[in-house]
Design a protein around this ligand. Structure first.
Ligand code: IMP
Length: 197
């Protein structure tokens, strides 16, 4: 069964397909394969709302089984910001370096640097909606370290580690990350999905 992924990001498609494995009867395919090229609106005030909004957009228009995901970094000392606005925290140009610098500046006088990445994946299959959440707890460092990963990785140190996501071996990050935790929950659900459906 094909599941259309509401994203234009091929790295995300690859990551989901890898975690799902080759034996699965589900195949994750990019929305471009059914001719969807537009940017899907993400206007909800919550991460879960955005994931559902993107999945419903595809389902309502194209009547396909589909998945969508949304991720945010929640920093306690900033009242949960940037949260659902993580990609455009420092402006609409979605610049990762500017986002990092703004976080470091806004946290400079704060004692509480605890934070978490939260991913929600929304699945719509045979008209039913389901969401899967993955969270990794950690803290924001006072400076950047490492060149790996993307986004806020150089300033996020997961609990139980003394390296940032930017310094960490990619394979380790992918084992413990918010996205992989949400994906594993999705995979468990799909691999146990009744085959008469
Ligand atoms: P998206 O929902 O995957 O587009 O993510 C929203 C924003 O969160 C991105 O622009 C990144 O800045 C940030 N982000 C998402 N996942 C990660 C991650 O694994 N590491 C660092 N930053 C991330």
């Amino acid at each position: 069964m094909k599941l259309i992924f509401a994203t234009g990001n091929l790295n995300k498609i690859k990551e989901v397909a890898q975690i799902l494995g080759d034996d699965s009867r589900f195949e994750i395919v990019p929305m471009s394969q059914i001719g969807v090229k537009e940017d899907i609106p993400e206007t909800s005030p919550t991460i879960e709302g955005n994931a559902l909004q993107k999945a419903r957009y595809l389902y309502d228009r194209y009547k396909v089984n589909c998945i969508a995901e949304d991720t945010g970094l929640e920093i306690d000392g900033l009242g949960g910001a940037p949260g659902v606005y993580s990609a455009r925290y420092a402006g609409e140009e979605k610049n990762a370096e500017a986002n990092i610098q703004l976080v470091l500046k806004n946290l400079a006088e704060k004692d509480d640097r605890t934070a978490r990445f939260r991913t929600v994946i929304a699945l719509i299959i045979n008209e039913k909606e389901q969401t899967f959440e993955g969270i990794i707890e950690g803290k924001i460092d006072t400076k950047k370290s490492g060149n790996g990963g993307f986004g806020y990785d150089p300033i996020f140190i997961p609990d139980g580690y003394n390296q940032s996501f930017g310094e960490m071996d990619e394979a380790i990050k992918n084992q413990i990350s918010h996205r992989s935790l949400a994906l594993k929950k999705l995979m468990d659900f799909l691999n146990n999905y009744p085959s008469n459906n």
